[in-house]
Structure formats: structure tokens, C-alpha cells
Design a protein around this ligand. Structure first.
Ligand SMILES: *[C@@H]1O[C@H](CO)[C@@H](O)[C@H](O)[C@H]1NC(C)=O
Ligand SMILES: *[C@@H]1O[C@H](CO)[C@@H](O)[C@H](O)[C@H]1NC(C)=O
Ligand SMILES: *[C@@H]1O[C@H](CO)[C@@H](O)[C@H](O)[C@H]1NC(C)=O
Length: 465
């Protein structure tokens, strides 16, 4: 994720419109007629019926309210911090500049201070169970949650959610002049909850290696995006993570196992999956128990996907290249009604960029790009994924088509103070953008991530737990 000097800023997706001709226009007319026909036939199809009703599902109706943001960019006085100036990408607008500027007058909009922290132990009444994307979020002991680049495990044996992520409560520094902002490895943090709101710190379940400099987990290295799944056959909890050196040249995955969701995890080894470089990654366990590794490869220009062995401790030889040449990272997968979906980000280091949703009938592909899933806020919020980067999508059993989108609002000036942006993600309703290979016919319902300053899960969801 924070590869310095990888300047792949969001590109214009619309392609060349220069060669419009009469032929194209008549094709457009023809496609419009066919499109209307396909919408009509969708309504009659069993799936289509569900999709159209879903987007008006009473439980999620509140989550689908569109909230707007009207932020006035302050008049600039004086100098911006050198870091913000250096990072300023060519094509972005001033709101991203403000976001990256540690001294911005808008700092409190993106990084509200401790006074507004969400404290599930104290916040009762009107605020209970409410998510406030971007605010500091405290655990049951009153400390800010440290689980960045995280993932969620729902443990059926204990009916408990476990949130794993990078424990980054150390100083941010640059290893050398051209290096990305970093925090030494401390370990993988784990938090447990029954309600997805009140989080108990279960401690560091995989700790850094303090002395052995040749060890993957030596504090001078990089450990990112830990994800844990449970293996029914072996009874082990298996963790996969991105392992790297401080310059991001090792580009490997690491694997660790434990008998308990709360660890301690035993670190097994790192490897380059299928022999390729691997940076941002995730794992996904399908309904049939087969798990997959998905990773950014070929210098982040494409993603690779392949099944894990039955014990989840290695990859099998099969591998598919997907989203080739699209320069995507931070993959988060989920499945709805037999279709696979994925949210990814662009590759701009710690700076936010535009998310894209992708879909596939088979997890091994082909994957098609559906467009930006973000709704609400304002245009810059949507083009910057609400100033956050995808990390995981949590299914909400009991409300089909509803998920929580988990993202990180990175604070490169002080990475430990990076924030969590959790928002409702809903699959339903007709797609609003044509896909790549299907001549403009929506094959899948829309994936929508709705901006909210404050929101909570439907009451009935908690009642069903
Ligand atoms: C809770 O909400 C009600 C109704 O909106 C309001 O009257 C009340 O002041 C709120 N209480 C707190 C503690 O914010
Ligand atoms: C240091 O780590 C390496 C790599 O994991 C290992 O092979 C070696 O035995 C370790 N050395 C010590 C002294 O533990
Ligand atoms: C990282 O790169 C810097 C500058 O290019 C170099 O000085 C340093 O030795 C490298 N560190 C590692 C761990 O490769």
C-alpha cells in the first residue's frame, strides 16, 4: 500500500470519446432500446425481483439515506507543510491537499480529536451502537482501537466477532529520505465483540521479533493487512498477512496459526505466492470451505487469485491474473447470491483515491469492473472513498445483501492515529454504469457504499444475535 514513488494516480476511466461518428450514435440508440428491454425483463426474473425489492428493504432503508457534505475549503494563508506539498499529486483537488496537510484548518473534519471519541462504555442513550466514521474509537478499557488494515473473523463456536489488524501504537518515522512513512512492527492486534460496536482488547496475538534481525517479524520490517480464517478440518485459526522489508522489496505473504482465535499465533514462514511479488492482499473463505488468496502483483499492476491448500497453510499451483493493468490494491471480497464482489483502491501510497467495485460469477474470474460504489458526501468524498482505503467487507447475516464496508483513513503524519471508516454497503438495485464486456447491459445489481456521519445497524439485526 504505501509504496513510495508508485505514482499511479486515478486515471480517467471514460476512455477516448474523440471518434464519435454516426455509426456510434445509431448503435447508442439501439443499445438504449435493448437496455430498456433488459431492465424490463430483469423485473420479471426471479433474481431481478429480489434485487429491486432489496433496495427498498425496510431494514436498510435508513442506511440508504443519502447524506451530503458541504465543506468550505478555507482561504489559504501562509505555507503548507512540506510533506503535504511534496505528496500533492498532479490531478487532485484542494480537498485532498487539505486532507494531506497536517496543518490544515480542516484537520478536525478528517481527524476529529479525542473529545469526540466513540466510547461504547460511556456512550449510552442516543449515541449507543452508533458508528461515527473517522472519529477515534475506544475499546472497553478506554484506549483507541489499534487494528489497522484489519479483517473480521466471525467465530461460530463462540458467536463472537474478532477484529484483527496492525497494532501501530508507536512513533511514525521515515526509514530514509525516500522511504514511506512507517511504524515499526509491534504486532497484530485482536479485539472481540458480540455487537460489532463494543470491542474488548484481546492483546497482541502475533508479536514482533525484537532481536533477531533476519526474522520476518523483526520490528524493522513491515507487517500489513493480517486476515484470519478458521479451518474446519484442522481446527486451526490461520492468519495470512503481507510481509515486507522497509523498502517493500521482499513483497511476500506470511502465514501463522493458532488453536484459539485470541492466539498466540505461531509464525510459520513467508513466501512469494506462485513465485510472484505480493503486496496488498486478503484471503476469502467460500461457502464450500475452499479459501483463496488474492494479492496485488507485478508491481501492483494486477491482482492474482488462487485457492489455498485444504489446511490453508499454502497456495495450490492454480493462479489467475485478474484486473490486469488496472493497478488496484487493498482488495476486500464478499459474496452475494452466488456472485463474487470485490472492492479495491488505486495505488497512491497513504493518500486516498477512488474505490472501484468488481464482480465475477466465478471467483477465479473473469472479474469485471462495475465502477465507483460510493454514494453521498460530496464529489471529492466519493472520489477519495470518504478519505479512506478498503480493507474488509463484513457480511451481516439476517439482512441479505447488507454488509459493513471497513476502511482505513490513514494518517501518514502519525499512523497510529489512523481512523476507521465503517459504512453500510448494500447490494441491490440496478447498476448505474455500464460494465466493460457486456455491451452496457447490467449483469449484476449495484454495489453501494453510503456515506453517513453517524449511523447504526438496524435494531432487528442486534435482536437476532
Ligand atoms: C436524544 O434524542 C432526543 C430526541 O432527538 C433529544 O431530545 C435528546 O436531547 C437527546 N439526548 C441526548 C443525551 O443527546
Ligand atoms: C532468526 O530468524 C531466522 C529466520 O526465521 C531463523 O532461521 C534463526 O534460527 C533465528 N535465529 C535465532 C538466534 O533465533
Ligand atoms: C532501503 O533503501 C535505502 C535507500 O535506497 C537503502 O539505504 C537501505 O539500505 C534499504 N534498506 C533495505 C532494508 O533494503
Amino acid at each position: 500500500m504505501p509504496i513510495s514513488g508508485t505514482g499511479n494516480f486515478p486515471r480517467v476511466l471514460s476512455g477516448s470519446r474523440c471518434s464519435m461518428s454516426a455509426v456510434v450514435w445509431s448503435l447508442v440508440g439501439f443499445l438504449l432500446v435493448l437496455h430498456m428491454y433488459s431492465r424490463f425483463s430483469n423485473i420479471n426474473a426471479v433474481n431481478g425481483d429480489i434485487q429491486l425489492r432489496m433496495s427498498n428493504h425496510p431494514l436498510v432503508h435508513e442506511l440508504e439515506q443519502v447524506e451530503k457534505e458541504n465543506i468550505q475549503i478555507p482561504h489559504r494563508k501562509g505555507k503548507r507543510s512540506p510533506r503535504a506539498a511534496k505528496r500533492r499529486p498532479k490531478r487532485t483537488t484542494t480537498l485532498i491537499d487539505e486532507f494531506l496537510d497536517e496543518n490544515s484548518q480542516l484537520r478536525h473534519v478528517f481527524f476529529p480529536d479525542m473529545k469526540t471519541a466513540v466510547n461504547p462504555i460511556k456512550d449510552s442513550g442516543n449515541d449507543s451502537y452508533h458508528y461515527h466514521p473517522g472519529r477515534i474509537w475506544l475499546d472497553t478499557e478506554g484506549n483507541p482501537i489499534q487494528a489497522h488494515g484489519g479483517g473480521m473473523l466471525y467465530d461460530e463456536r463462540s458467536n463472537t466477532y474478532y477484529w484483527y489488524g496492525e497494532y501501530k501504537d508507536g512513533p511514525t518515522y521515515h526509514a530514509h529520505k525516500k522511504g514511506a512513512a512507517r511504524v515499526d512492527i509491534i504486532g497484530v492486534g485482536c479485539y472481540s465483540s458480540k455487537d460489532l460496536w463494543t470491542w474488548k482488547n484481546e492483546g497482541i496475538v502475533l508479536a514482533a521479533e525484537e532481536t533477531n534481525e533476519t526474522h520476518d517479524l523483526h520490528k524493522s520490517n513491515v507487517l500489513e493487512r493480517p486476515k484470519v480464517i478458521y479451518n474446519e478440518n484442522t481446527g486451526k485459526y490461520v492468519m495470512w498477512m503481507h510481509i515486507d522489508d522497509a523498502n517493500y522489496t521482499k513483497a511476500a505473504v506470511g502465514i501463522a496459526i493458532s488453536d484459539y482465535p485470541t492466539g498466540p499465533f505461531d509464525y510459520l514462514r513467508s513466501q512469494r505466492p506462485h513465485g510472484y511479488d505480493s503486496r496488498d492482499m486478503t484471503i476469502f473463505k467460500d461457502d464450500d470451505g475452499v479459501a483463496y488468496l488474492i494479492y496485488s502483483s507485478e508491481d501492483n499492476s494486477e491482482l492474482h487469485i488462487g485457492p489455498l491448500t485444504e489446511d490453508y497453510l499454502d497456495v495450490k499451483p492454480e493462479m489467475q491474473r485478474i484486473l490486469v493493468g488496472q493497478h488496484r490494491e487493498a482488495p476486500a471480497l464478499f459474496k452475494y447470491q452466488g456472485t463474487y464482489y470485490m472492492i479495491t483502491s488505486g495505488c497512491t501510497g497513504w493518500a486516498p483515491n477512488e474505490a472501484l467495485a468488481h464482480a465475477a460469477e466465478s471467483i477465479m474470474g473473469p472479474w469485471e469492473t462495475m465502477g465507483n460504489p460510493c454514494i453521498g458526501g460530496n464529489k471529492m468524498f466519493r472520489l477519495a472513498t470518504f478519505f479512506a482505503q478498503s480493507t474488509f467487507v463484513i457480511p451481516l447475516p439476517g439482512i441479505p445483501g447488507s454488509y459493513i464496508f471497513m476502511a482505513d483513513r490513514w494518517n501518514p503524519a502519525d499512523l497510529r492515529d489512523s481512523r476507521y471508516v465503517w459504512l453500510p454497503l448494500i447490494v441491490g438495485g440496478p447498476a448505474d454504469r455500464p460494465f466493460e464486456f457486456n455491451f452496457g447491459f447490467p449483469l449484476w445489481p449495484r454495489v453501494s457504499i453510503y456515506w453517513h456521519r453517524k449511523w447504526r445497524l438496524p435494531l432487528s439485526w442486534r435482536a437476532s444475535k
